[in-house]
Design a protein around this ligand. Sequence first.
Ligand SMILES: NC(=O)c1ccc[n+]([C@@H]2O[C@H](COP(=O)([O-])OP(=O)(O)OC[C@H]3O[C@@H](n4cnc5c(N)ncnc54)[C@H](OP(=O)(O)O)[C@@H]3O)[C@@H](O)[C@H]2O)c1
Length: 325
Amino acid sequence: MSTEKTIRWGVVGAGDIARRFGHGLAHAPDTQMAAVWSRRASTADVLAQQFGAQSCASLDELLSSDIDAVYIATLHDSHADYAIAGLAAGKPVLCEKPATVNAAQLERVLAVARDRQRLFMEAMKPPFYPLYRKLREHLADDPIGDIGFVRAGCSRADVPADHPTFSFEHMCGALLSIGIYEAFLAVDWLGAPLDVQTIGRLGSTGVDTFASLNCRHERGIAQLFCGLDLHGRGDALLAAPRGHVTIHENWWNPARATIRYVDGRVVELDHPFEGGGLNYETAHFCNLLRSGALESPVMTHAKSLQMITMMDAARAALGLKFAGE
Ligand SMILES: NC(=O)c1ccc[n+]([C@@H]2O[C@H](COP(=O)([O-])OP(=O)(O)OC[C@H]3O[C@@H](n4cnc5c(N)ncnc54)[C@H](OP(=O)(O)O)[C@@H]3O)[C@@H](O)[C@H]2O)c1
């Protein structure tokens, strides 16, 4: 029997990802959905009932209930406010991607986390998947040299026109909804961005529907794309002097990778994921919480800042500004 403390989660927002998070908890040991609050009581009630949690009438009620951590699962425009509210109430916060819509907001969130000495992490799932961790281990044991080029993309043409991703009011669009994953991959392998060049387009609702980025990083170059109006291929390439890696589609839910060495060897890694995938980042966050850590060593605050700085630069190039910017 486990002796770990059960982490009781309070969930803000009750849409698709909140439900997937709830299913994932069954695969993250010693966790429980304890409370839910969302804008509409009806959706919060349904989610709370499904997972045996309390449905709260207000954010304050959720934050003062018996919870150990807050998961923010609302749309982009409200992440920063709810993260700050959670941290200010003394709760550790796991916040859906993008953690905030711009770097200035993220600086404010991190300042509150530092001030209140509370754990904060952006819910960026790929690095916690078994395949991704296995890939890092494999490359440490049987290296291909320093990765100097990352090429990755995701473009979907099947998002319904009324989906919030197209909403200007909710500050969505391809870059902040999808491109943030590609920014993660570039930053994770190549370090901080130094220069971001972007070509793209805005759609009829005013948000970006396709963007192509060429980025110079501390340790190499990245070529990234994200879109909502073309059906693109979702694999990723990591290139190095003695070989290259393909993380097969969909690379952001990594399950399979091929490493091709210059000497002709080919290594296939195959590690299916369980529980929908969100469970790995959740388990990591819970372990950090139990150990008293204030920051993930994997999904660091610096990486989140670097990623959103890239998105800021890309949006600036497209002339896309949201309310308050
Ligand atoms: N990690 C991943 O794999 C992944 C995948 C998809 C999405 N996401 C992220 O998850 C977030 C939510 O996406 P989703 O697909 O779950 O969206 P969704 O299905 O539209 O759900 C959003 C939920 O948040 C609530 N909400 C929205 N704005 C709010 C506000 N200002 N105050 C209180 N509640 C609010 C909505 O309430 P109403 O019902 O009242 O509108 C709804 O319950 C996004 O930021 C997205 O980037 C992550």
